[in-house]
Design a protein around this ligand. Structure first.
Ligand code: ATP
Length: 458
């Protein structure tokens, strides 16, 4: 709204079309787009649809019947036929339109022409999404939505789902733990990893989930969220004590599932479960999300004795990643690099982390560690992230899909406040009780003294 007001102050939508247009478009793209850009672009799309499709090679030859009918009724030449289009639907960032593909066309033809379409219609970007066989959706985005991120008002969030960032096509990027249980987030220093973690923690804090942290930066990243954490380890020694407890918790959960499966030989199929989600609600253990910040610190060793501890921790992390999903235990691993050079187990652990988010990195090798096994283009996209845009990242998963995303700004104070107000939601997990972090008392603001000092005067 304030953007809109500023735009109107600049000269209003009509005046903005004149002298103030360039200023308004550059300064307040969202307001410009919703007040001026949308009608202009709709008219442009409607009036040029057929010719643009033809110029981009996205038309097909008319059917013989159509040619005959046209010849019989008019003497005009019959033009190639563009795909049938549905209604133009405005969005806050642009337009959406569905197209029915003509026989012989495929979504890849449109994706290949996206750049040409964007120039022809004068928009920031055009994205192509297959909806069902024979139908695609074109999403026209009017401006660079990742420059100043605003999350859409309506987002399909829910249990174990956190809308953590915005994609470049203006759709929310939702971290869904039940679909992608474990994730690896990489990025150079000051690239925005902590902001990403902050959003996840603040998003999960109000949900019935146990949050556990291993923060090898001596707790500086996760300590502000201490009121909502069930356990926090701030160095490798503490992590070495916490990890076996988590593995034991996971094994107990497997025993619980097994006990349920063995209730009676004739138990109906739908009551036999292979993960905690099949258990009755009152018996179901609370999900646990383990945040590991600066994972490389767990791998680094100085002495022979450290090496043994390291090997144990890595094995436990691999076990959690391998078996955790069914027990409702999820991993969120963060670091600057995570390659084979970290030693035994690193590649194996990385392979278990399905979700990948790569912020700005210092070299191609780091981007390859996160995205190399997803798509080569994703690696290139990650390498071209500018330092001036912290929070920008490339998100992918091992199925091969990827997109550019950016987190909105969330101050540490606001995230910590969310954790403080959700402190009552820390679930009861007796095994983790010894690892519960101390919650520092809030600094008390000094109240005004009851007796006001006044200068002693003679
Ligand atoms: N999405 C964003 N929008 C605006 N500013 C951001 C965004 N993400 C991060 N920043 C800013 O960039 C700076 C670095 O971010 P952050 O601390 O998250 O980086 P980091 O990768 O965790 O760095 P380090 O590894 O050194 O801790 C901070 O000042 C933060 O406010």
């Amino acid at each position: 709204m304030s953007d809109l007001m500023t735009l109107l102050e600049v000269g209003g939508p009509v005046a903005a079309l004149g002298g103030g247009a360039a200023y308004a478009r550059a300064k307040h793209p969202a307001a410009y787009w919703s007040t001026v850009g949308l009608p202009v672009s709709t008219v442009r799309l409607l009036s040029t649809y057929g010719s643009v499709m033809e110029a981009c090679g996205l038309t097909v030859a008319p059917s013989r019947l159509r040619v005959l009918a046209a010849k019989a009724m008019t003497r005009r030449e019959v033009r190639p036929v563009p795909p049938r289009r549905g209604l133009i639907r405005p969005t806050t960032t642009g337009l959406r339109i569905r197209l029915r593909l003509a026989p012989g066309q495929e979504p890849a033809d449109f994706a290949a022409s996206a750049e040409r379409l964007r120039h022809a219609w004068g928009v920031h970007a055009v994205y192509v999404t297959p909806v069902k066989p024979g139908v695609i959706e074109l999403r026209l985005v009017g401006y660079d939505v990742l420059r100043r991120v605003r999350m859409p008002r309506k987002i399909a969030d829910g249990f174990l789902k956190v809308p953590v960032a915005l994609r470049e096509d203006a759709t929310p990027f939702v971290r869904d733990y039940r679909t992608i249980p474990h994730q690896l987030t990489l990025g150079a220093t000051l690239s925005g990893k902590s902001m990403y973690l902050r959003h996840l923690i603040a998003g999960l804090a109000p949900q019935p989930v146990a949050l556990v942290g291993i923060d090898c930066k001596r707790g500086v990243e996760l300590a502000p969220f201490a009121p909502r954490l069930s356990a926090l380890a701030t160095d490798p020694e503490q992590a070495a004590e916490l990890l076996p407890v988590l593995v034991k918790e996971m094994e107990d959960r497997y025993d619980l599932i097994k006990a349920r499966q063995g209730i009676a030989p004739g138990t109906p199929d739908e009551e036999i479960t292979s993960d905690i989600w099949g258990l009755p609600e009152q018996e179901r253990p609370v999900p646990v999300v383990l945040f590991v910040d600066e994972v490389a610190e767990l791998f680094l060793v100085a002495t022979k004795k450290d090496e043994e501890r390291r090997d144990e921790m890595v094995t436990q992390l691999i076990r959690l990643a391998q078996l955790g999903r069914a027990a409702g235990m999820y991993l969120e691993v963060c670091g600057q690099r995570f390659g084979a050079e970290l030693g035994k187990g690193a590649t194996m652990l990385r392979a278990q982390l399905t979700g990948r988010v790569c912020h700005r990195v210092n070299d191609e090798a780091s981007a390859k560690m996160a995205l190399g096994d997803i798509a080569p283009e994703a690696v290139v996209a990650a390498c071209s992230i500018a330092p001036e845009r912290p929070g920008l990242a490339v998100a992918g998963d091992t199925s091969g899909g990827w997109s550019r995303i950016r987190t909105p700004y969330l101050s540490l104070t606001d995230a910590a406040e969310t954790c403080r107000t959700s402190a009552g939601r820390v679930p009861d997990l007796p095994a983790l009780e010894p690892f519960r972090p101390d919650v520092p008392e809030r600094p008390v603001e000094h109240a005004a003294p009851v007796v006001l000092p006044h200068p002693v005067t003679d």
